[in-house]
Design a protein around this ligand. Structure first.
Ligand code: PLP
Length: 366
């Protein structure tokens, strides 16, 4: 018997592999594999979440008015131009769904976020990979990849899994070099972690240009990964097109309440940012001290660090060795990164512990 045949482009999708939370032998250990907030969630957000338990029979507000208005007030934006989704992953998929299809090309960078390729293939579009420059986004390579068929360029800034950051000038140059019919999606999942007050100018572009969508999330800095609240900002025409294919109730009442409360708890956000900056710098420094063993930290502006292994200790051996010692990190051979591990900045203890474990592994590898 033959059942229904999936579309050929669907079968071209390599399934997304999430970060693991248990070891091969089922032990629960420090999870530094999914870039979650090691400090948890704002207490105010947890309370708002709990109080939503009294309204389980209700559908969520399909237009997410309160969330949009709170975001708009917080960031100085027009609430009518905010879209929201089940994590920013949904918003990334909406962009592909509304603006690309069979015969179209979708560009992202080598060592880019895995969801972009899935989003492109899901709608039958052709993924196009622009080569990197030392693991970072190479604006010239992206522009050189543009053809008449290009419909979308996805850039995560800072990028996952490399942690690299394209400056405001680079993003402006990228945007200026793109034809207006190409949608530039700037994925700001880690924008809150950038050092100081640097930013890539994406929101201003989304405000003024007809072809820029910025996406953001409550999953990382706000510690709400469980609740799947993401959002995006773009021109009214882009937002309107995406709304047509959005699931009407893709964000929940409890998640929305938690997100709104999280936005108000600036102390939690400031504390998380300071913690991350301190321990990211410390950890990168420690990896620098292991340079003679071939370890190298790619400069990061996110809440994780990509460590490259160019000596006796391989990334695969380090991945397994860390698992033995109680740390799950991300090894991404499927994304062409067999030589690196992406390590989330954890609590102080976890970060010290994973650095010590790597030192021990490097020493015993000779
Ligand atoms: C974590 C992450 C997201 C956010 O995903 P959510 O669906 O909002 O949880 C988006 N883009 C990148 C690059 C990420 O790493």
């Amino acid at each position: 018997m033959t059942g229904p045949t999936p579309k050929p482009w669907i079968m071209g999708i390599a399934p997304y592999i999430p970060g693991r939370s248990t070891t091969d032998d089922g032990r629960k250990v420090a999870k530094l594999s999914s870039n979650e907030n090691p400090l948890g969630t704002s207490a105010a957000a947890r309370e708002a979440f709990a109080s939503a338990a009294g309204r389980l029979e209700r559908y969520p507000d399909a237009s997410a008015t309160e969330l949009r208005e709170t975001l708009a007030a917080r960031h100085g934006l027009d609430p009518a131009r905010i879209i929201y989704g089940n994590g920013s992953d949904e918003v990334l998929h909406l962009a592909a769904g509304a603006f690309a299809g069979p015969g179209d090309e979708v560009i992202f960078v080598r060592y880019g976020f895995a969801v972009y390729e899935i989003a492109a293939r899901r709608v039958g579009a052709t993924p196009v990979v622009a080569p990197d420059k030392e693991y970072a986004t190479d604006v010239d390579a992206v522009l050189a990849s543009v053809t008449d068929k290009t419909r979308i360029v996805y850039i995560a800034n800072p990028n996952n899994p490399t942690g690299t950051y394209a400056t405001k000038d680079e993003i402006a140059r990228l945007h200026a070099g793109l034809p207006e019919h190409v949608l530039l999606v700037l994925d700001h999942a880690y924008a809150e972690y950038i050092d100081g007050d640097a930013e890539d100018g994406g929101m201003a572009l989304a405000e003024s240009a007809p072809n820029v969508l910025v996406t953001r999330t409550f999953s990382k800095m706000y510690g709400l990964a469980a609740e799947r609240i993401g959002w995006g900002y773009a021109s009214p025409a882009i937002i309107e097109a995406m709304h047509r294919i959005r699931l009407p109730f893709s964000i929940t009442i409890a998640g929305t309440a938690a997100a709104i409360a999280a936005l108000g708890d600036t102390a939690f956000v400031d504390h998380t940012r300071a913690h991350n900056a301190e321990w990211r710098a410390w950890f990168s420094d420690e990896m620098g001290k292991l340079g003679n063993a071939g370890l190298r930290a790619v400069p990061s502006q996110a809440n994780f660090v990509l460590v490259l292994f160019e000596g006796r200790l391989t990334a695969e051996a380090a991945y397994k060795g860390l698992m033995e010692k109680g740390y799950i990190v991300r090894w991404l051979p499927g994304q062409g990164l067999a030589n690196g591990l992406r390590i989330t900045i954890g609590t102080a203890d976890e970060t010290r512990g994973v650095a010590t474990a790597l030192r021990e592994l490097a020493e015993s590898a000779g």
